[in-house]
Design a protein around this ligand. Structure first.
Ligand SMILES: Cc1cc2nc3c(=O)[nH]c(=O)nc-3n(C[C@H](O)[C@H](O)[C@H](O)COP(=O)(O)OP(=O)(O)OC[C@H]3O[C@@H](n4cnc5c(N)ncnc54)[C@H](O)[C@@H]3O)c2cc1C
Length: 415
């Protein structure tokens, strides 16, 4: 009989884990509090599969820059200090991770994982003919408004085959939809191999394939309210009054993973709230084909099928997932400034999501202090990008195989 794995969380991370595990021969159960899979943070994110632009948010100069941002009305960052030790602990650890050397180390871990992710998705697309989620290799252009940030970014380009430094004029030539706004930019860095897709559609396609495999069961609309444990092993999950025994258990509950409350399992997670706007593109609109990151405003633009997905903002405001009209209005105004004819902004659909962030920006993948509990969480701003590689690694670790990449920096330590 195949080994059984239960996964808490049916977002892109839980589903990619389930997919990799089923491919490796496991029987899987995915439990999610929501009625529909991929409908929390994986629902309307930026859609960018950003395999080479993975620098963690925690970087040298960010704490100082953040103070400047917080004083501005049009800041991409918002902080609402709370009487919450989890928030303060997270921010202290974040500041610790901002040293240049720590950032460089963490970026290297993310790059390794991102590269595995790109290869894994390629394998699933080609070998399994996984499709139907608006995947494209459309390239990504990071544009800069500020000469200093552009100079810093240029100095970090090491592989000129993968990343090209472009002048303002070249940026507008590469992406004609930028012509209107190009004067506001001092240049850009173009990475031709980056990809884009619809994360929610990807989740739905994975779920369909899992269902069709006959080796995956979904338990939807059921919140895990408690975990029963004895002698360093979790024996069952509690779904309200129902108790469901487990053999191997994966925690992939996104920013809510820490709430599962296992004694001795400390998860350094905090939600970083962000917003998106999905703007319909009609025949008369001029939307960008290349994914664009407006670096200094921290806004990303991606054409996903017949819509322009605009995503932005990092709000450290606790677990409040509500839409904030002021933040959405700022994002919309800046989008219209940059791409005035890209789509039907009046009919754009607004959304807010909570990035499940570790202070370092590096996820936790692997074993925990509980012998049968595995972690796959904390993917922050890069969960879609890193999902397939993270799922693949998790399946290898549970199966006690040598992982495809060096796990240094990715393995949970204190957990
Ligand atoms: C504005 C924005 C833009 C982004 N843009 C990008 C991008 O362009 N590229 C990229 O790679 N990433 C992007 N991200 C990040 C990405 O969306 C996340 O990293 C990713 O969705 C996290 O996936 P997850 O599966 O860990 O969490 P989720 O998708 O939140 O899934 C967790 C699931 O666990 C379930 N759950 C939680 N608690 C329980 C419980 N107790 N019992 C049962 N179920 C439970 C939830 O219902 C949920 O379905 C963006 C995020 C935001 C907010």
């Amino acid at each position: 009989m195949a080994a059984m794995v239960s996964i808490i969380g049916g977002g892109v991370i839980g589903l990619a884990s389930a997919y990799a595990l089923v491919r490796a021969g496991y029987e899987v159960t995915v439990i999610d509090a929501r009625d529909s899979l991929g409908s929390e943070t994986s629902f309307a994110n930026g859609g960018q599969l950003s395999y080479r632009y993975v620098a963690p948010l925690a970087d040298a100069g960010v704490p100082l820059q953040a103070i400047g941002w917080l004083l501005r009305g049009d800041s991409p960052l918002k902080l609402r200090p709370r009487l919450d030790p989890q928030q303060w602990r997270w921010m202290a650890a974040f500041i610790g991770a901002c040293r240049g050397s720590v950032n460089a180390r963490n970026a290297a871990h993310l790059l390794r994982l991102a590269s595995l992710s790109q290869n894994t998705l390629q394998q699933w697309r080609v070998d399994d003919r996984l499709d139907g989620f608006d995947w494209r290799r459309n390239g990504k252009l990071v544009t800069f408004r500020n000469a200093d940030t552009f100079a810093r970014a240029r100095s970090k380009v090491v592989d000129v085959l993968q990343q090209q430094v472009l002048s303002t004029l070249d940026c507008a030539r590469l992406e004609p939809a930028l012509a209107h706004a190009a004067q506001g930019f001092v240049g850009g860095i173009y990475t031709p191999n980056e990809e884009v897709a619809d994360c929610h559609a990807f989740c739905q396609r994975l779920a369909q394939r899992l269902e069709a495999s006959g080796r995956c069961t979904f338990v939807l609309g059921r919140k895990v309210t408690g975990l029963r444990h004895a002698d360093g092993v979790v024996t069952a999950v509690e779904l309200g009054d129902e108790v469901k025994p487990v053999t191997q258990l994966v925690l992939a509950a996104g920013h809510r993973s820490a709430e599962l409350g296992l004694p001795g399992l400390s998860l350094p997670l905090y939600p970083l709230k962000g917003y998106s706007l999905s703007v319909p593109i009609g025949p008369r609109h001029h939307a960008p084909n290349v994914s664009i990151t407006d670096y200094d405003r921290k806004i990303v633009y991606a054409r996903i099928g017949e819509q322009l997905r605009v995503a932005a903002m990092v709000d450290i405001v606790g677990f409040d997932a509500g839409l904030e009209p002021k933040r959405l209005a700022l994002m919309k105004r800046q989008s219209i400034e940059t791409f005035p004819t890209a789509g039907d902004y009046a009919n754009g659909v607004e959304w807010a999501g909570m990035r499940p962030a570790t202070p370092t920006g590096v996820p936790l993948i692997g074993a925990s202090v509980y012998r049968n509990v595995w972690l796959n969480l904390g993917h922050g701003a890069l969960g879609f990008t890193l999902a397939c590689g993270s799922g693949q690694l998790l399946a290898e670790l549970i199966g006690q195989h040598t992982p495809s990449i060096d796990m240094q920096g990715l393995t949970p330590r204190a957990a």
